[in-house]
Design a protein around this ligand. Sequence first.
Ligand code: TNX
Length: 492
Amino acid sequence: MPKPQDLLIPRPRKIELTGGTMPLTALHAEAPEPLATEMRAADTLFRQTRLFGEALPCRLSLDVELPAEGYELVIAADGVRITGGDRAGVFYGIQTLRQLLEGAQNARRGELVALRIVDAPEFHWRSCMLDSARHFQSAAQVREVIEVLARYKFNRFHWHLVDHFSWRIGFNRHAEMLEPFPGHARSTGYYTPEEIRDILAYAAERHIEVIPELEMPGHSSGVFAIHPELACPDGTPIDVTRCEYCIGNPASRRFLGEIIDETMELFPGIRHLHLGGDEASPRHWRQCPVCRNAIRDLGLNDERDLEHHFMTDLARRVLDHGVRPILWSSLRAYDPRIIMQCWGGRPLDPELNRGSLAGRRSMVRCQTAWIGAVAAAQMELALMRGADLINSRHDYTYLDYPMRRSEPHSLWMPDLTLERVYQFDPLPEETSAGRRRQVLGAEACLWTELITPDRVMEKLFPRLLAFCETVWTPGELRDWTDFRRRARHHRH
Ligand code: TNX
C-alpha cells in the first residue's frame, strides 16, 4: 500500500499522519450555500469513485485566515473535512482527496489513512497553453484538457486561437475569417459562440480562468488572402511562413480593434486577453512606404518603435474594456499594466537546415544557450521596468519539444526531458526580494504545428506533472527522486 504522501502531485506543503484510518465507504458532501459549486464537484467525484456502504460526511467550509487558494484537509475515522481560504482552496482540497481515494482504490485498500494536510500554492499564476490554431481540437477535447488541468491545480488556461491560416473564434461580424483561406489548405473548424460560453463556464466551475489569444502583428499571413489591403504595399509577395500586418496603415488598427471588441463580447467576463506580439519580422515594414511615412509622421526612430506604438494602441483598447493585456515579451518597455510573458526568442538560423546531422545538433545546443541568455535578459528588463511577468522559458516549458529523440520533432527543437522540466524555477535567477511580487508565475505551452489532436494528452503527460509542481510547491520541498516515485501513480 503506497503511503499517502507517495500519491500526491503536486506535493503539498505539510502532511501529518494523525494515526488510525477512515473506512473507504460512500461519502456525501455537506457545505454552506456559497460552496454549492464545490459541493457538486465533491459529489461528482464521489459518484465517479463508486464507493458504496454507509455514507460518511465530507464537510466543506471556508476560513478567511487560510491563504488564498490554500486549504486544510483532515481525514479522520468519522469523515473528511476540507477548509479553504477561498472557494478555489476548497476545490483544491477536493482534488487532493481525489488522488488519495484513487490511490487507495488502486491498491484495493478498504480504508484511507487518517491525516491532516495543510497546503497553499507558491505561485498564483499556474497556467497551461493549448494551441488550437495550428491543429483544431474539438470542444470536447478542450474540456478534457481543462479537466486534467484542474486536477493538478492549474488556475489558468491560455487558449491560442489565431495564427497564420486558422482563426478559431466564431466571429459574427467578421465571419469572413472563418472560411478556409483561399489558396491555403488548413485544418478547418472553429468554436461557436455557444461552445465558447460552455467552455468558459466549464473552466470557471473548476476555478480556471480562460485567457484567449489573438495573435498579431506577426503570424498573420492568411489574413491577407482575405484582406490584402492590410498587408504592406511593398511589392513583395506574401510570405507564407511569416507575414505581418501593415502597421503603418490605420486600417490594420481599425480591423484588429473590431476583432478585440468582438472577442470581448464572445468571451464575457474575461480578465486577461493575450495579444500575441511574438516573432514579427520588420523586413516588410522596412521596405513599406506606408510604414516609413508613419514612422516619420509619428516622430519615431524605426520599425520596432512603430510596432511598439501599434501594440500599445491595441493594448489600450483592451484596457478600455477593463481587461488586462498580455504580450509575448520583447526587449521594449511597455506600460506596466501589460503583463509580459517571457519565452526567450529563438535565432532563426537558416544554417540549421543544412550541414551534417552532428553539425546541426551542435547548432541546436548553441541555440539553447542563446535562448537562456535572451530569456534571462527579457525577464531582467521586464522586472527592472516594473512589469509583471509570466515565465515561459521555452527550454523548460515548451511541451511540443521532444521528451525523447525518437519522437517526431523539428530539427531545431532542443530536447526537453521530464527531469529538466522538474528543474524549472519560475523565479528568474537574481530576482531581488523587492521584485519577487512581479513574477506572477509560469506557463507550460503546447504548440501544435506537429501535434494532431489525438496526441495532445500524450504530449502533455507526464511533463505537465513535473511542471505543476514547479508552480505549486515551494522549491525547498521539491525532490526529483521523490517526484519520480509519486509520478508512477499518475498515468494518463
Ligand atoms: C515559437 S513562443 C512560437 C510559436 C511556435 C513555437 C514552436 C512563441 C510566442 N511563438 O509560434 O509554435 O515557437 O515551438
